[in-house]
Every structure is written in structure tokens, then in C-alpha cells.
Design a protein around this ligand. Structure first.
Ligand code: FE
Length: 343
């Protein structure tokens, strides 16, 4: 990024920050504090328990629309200033980053959010905040792989995994984010060599989702895969005797790749103060427990411990790189995976 572009960006954010304060005082005197509207790409059964609990505690009515993130982002763009949406909830920092880049979010200055959500899980300019953590790591067949043989994402490129690896498609944002963070840490050339190594080691064509990749390991088609751990948790519920186990990647180096589900306040929110209060509530322990548990994820608020089966997977070191890198490097990651033959 050139120096000139950087300073104009800095000026723009200063201008927005100034506007925000003016907007907020205007909005708080006129807005109806008893209601708000949320657009969510998180599925209804994962978010409704939280909406219900908040309504019960505060009386605030929450109306919501759920859809995939693409259509919701397109809808907010088309609606512009007339959007009814006050808050956008989605998964993956890559998607939140896209919404911010398209000018659909506004920054929020909140001591509560800054205290409850660690730096690496929120936008450096406060446009969005992580609310739960999803870890993307190795799952292996316990009868064919010794955990000592596993170490890092990088090592999955080595020839010892030839014909033993299963992966989900490169088209999924989760893998684009993983590769984006590898680029941030290792640079283009090293990352491309690693991704080529993964492709060489594939035992099967790539799968359309994480569950299929896990089932392939279970069926003996391959020995190890890389998935978000809640998919492992879901499969384990169906098949408690699964001979698969989680391995926490990169514990002696960068830490396991994490991403978030999270939220931002829309640029044209009509109920900004109400939406910010709800966002702050979502970062507090009571809501964090619900938010993480509904999808077997990890709380973003580090003072809240995971529970149930998730706790049984043990503690692990998270990659501390800001998840914003996943969005910023998404385009590069897509091109790199294509060059490396990862489809
Ligand atoms: Fe998912």
C-alpha cells in the first residue's frame, strides 16, 4: 500500500470516527430503544437462544433475517442508507472484512468490548468483533497415526504424508483464511511450496465439506485431515466410538489457526445504541457460554472456559496473529492455492 493511500485512509477513518460521535448523540435521542434488527449468516438455531435470552432480560425485541453471507452483504449494499439492519453477524473474519471493505460497517469504541475480546480476535479499527473462536486443526486416525508424527500445517506437506492426506476444497473461506495466515507468517514462496506439498499428498479429490473429509479418514481413505473442530464434535455425537482424535497444530511455533464468528454494527444502523449494548452483552460471560456451546466452539472472551466435550479436547495455544489478516490476504490466498493446484 502506498504512503499516499495510507494517509487518505487514515484521514477517512478519522472523519468517520468524528461523524460517529455526532451520529450517536443524535441517534440516541431519537431511536426506539426497544427494538433492533439483525442480519445473520449464522443459522437460526445457533443465534435464536441468545436473542431470546436478551429479550427476556431487557425487553428489547430483536427481529432478524438469516441467509448466506453473500446474499446478506449484497442486500445491505442494495439497501444502502435505507437498510433496516443494525447489526451483521457472520462467521469467518474474511466475511467481516469483506463487509467492512464494502463500507457496510461502522467502528464502535467500547471499553467493554476492548476488555472482553482479545486484540487478535477483533478488527484493529473496531469495525467488527469476534464472539466465538473456531479452531482449524488436524484430526487423525488413532489406529494409523501416532500423535508424535504430527506437528504443523507446514509438515503436512512433507513426503511422509504422501497419499495419506484429505482436504476440503480451496473454495471454502476457512481454507482461504488458513492459507492467508500462512502467507502472513511465511511469505508467498514458502506458503506456495507448502500448499503444493499438500496437493501432492492428497489421497482423494478434495471434499465439499469438513464432515466428508472426517468421514474419509474414518473410512480409511486417508489418515489425517484439517477441519474446524466443531465438525469433529458433531460427528462424535453421532458416532461416539469414532477412532479419530484432534491434534493441536503448531503448538511449538505459531499456535493453532483460529478464526471467529463475530459481528459489527452497520454503517446506517437506526438503533445504534441498542445494537452496541447487545454486542457488549454478547461479549460477557453468560452470553459467551451460550454462544460457544451452541456450536461447540470456544468462547472469544478468554475469561470463559469451554465446557463439555469441547473442554475434553484440552487447552491449546492459539495463533495470536490478528484474524484480520485472513480477510486482507484472502485474494492472495485464492490465487496462490490456484497456482499450487489446490482446487
Ligand atoms: Fe462451518
Amino acid at each position: 500500500m502506498s504512503q499516499k493511500r495510507f494517509s487518505s485512509l487514515a484521514l477517512t477513518s478519522f472523519f468517520i470516527a468524528t461523524l460517529t460521535i455526532a451520529d450517536m448523540s443524535a441517534a440516541s435521542s431519537t431511536e426506539n430503544k426497544g427494538e433492533m434488527v439483525i442480519y445473520s449468516s449464522r443459522k437460526e438455531h445457533l443465534i435464536k437462544p441468545l436473542f431470546d435470552q436478551y429479550t427476556k432480560e431487557t425487553g428489547v425485541k430483536i427481529r432478524y433475517v438469516t441467509d448466506a453471507e453473500g446474499p446478506l452483504i449484497a442486500r445491505m449494499q442494495a439497501e444502502g442508507k435505507t437498510t433496516p439492519a443494525d447489526m451483521f453477524i457472520t462467521v469467518d473474519a474474511g466475511n467481516l472484512w469483506q463487509a467492512q471493505q464494502k463500507g457496510l460497517l461502522q467502528p464502535v469504541q467500547s471499553e467493554v468490548l476492548n476488555k472482553n475480546i482479545p486484540d487478535h480476535l477483533r478488527d484493529p479499527n473496531n469495525y467488527w468483533f469476534g464472539l466465538s473462536v473456531r479452531a482449524r486443526t488436524m484430526v487423525y486416525a488413532t489406529d494409523r497415526v501416532k500423535p508424535e508424527a504430527l506437528s504443523t500445517y507446514e509438515d503436512l506437506a512433507s513426503s511422509k504424508w504422501d497419499g495419506r492426506l484429505c482436504l476440503r476444497t480451496a473454495k471454502k473461506v476457512y481454507n482461504q483464511s488458513l492459507v492467508g495466515t500462512l502467507i502472513a507468517r511465511l511469505g508467498q514462496d514458502k506458503t506456495e511450496a507448502i500448499v503444493k506439498g499438500w496437493v501432492n499428498n492428497l489421497a482423494t479429490p478434495v471434499f465439499s465439506n469438513d464432515t466428508l473429509a472426517l468421514q474419509a479418514v474414518d473410512a480409511g481413505q486417508c489418515d489425517v485431515t484439517v477441519v474446524n473442530t466443531y465438525y469433529f464434535g458433531r460427528l462424535l455425537k453421532e458416532k461416539p466410538n469414532l477412532k479419530l482424535k484432534i491434534f493441536w497444530a503448531n503448538q511449538s511455533s505459531s499456535g493453532t489457526h483460529v478464526n471467529i464468528s463475530g459481528a459489527g454494527i452497520t454503517k446506517y444502523a437506526k438503533h445504534k445504541a441498542t445494537a452496541v449494548a447487545f454486542l457488549e452483552w454478547l461479549s460477557k460471560p453468560e452470553a459467551q457460554k451460550i454462544f460457544a456451546n451452541v456450536n461447540m466452539e470456544f468462547p472469544a472472551n478468554q475469561s470463559v472456559k469451554p465446557s463439555g466435550v469441547v473442554a475434553s479436547w484440552g487447552e491449546f495455544k492459539q495463533d495470536q496473529l490478528n484474524v484480520e489478516a485472513a480477510g486482507r490476504l484472502q485474494g492472495e490466498a485464492i490465487k496462490l492455492m490456484d497456482r499450487a493446484g489446490y482446487r
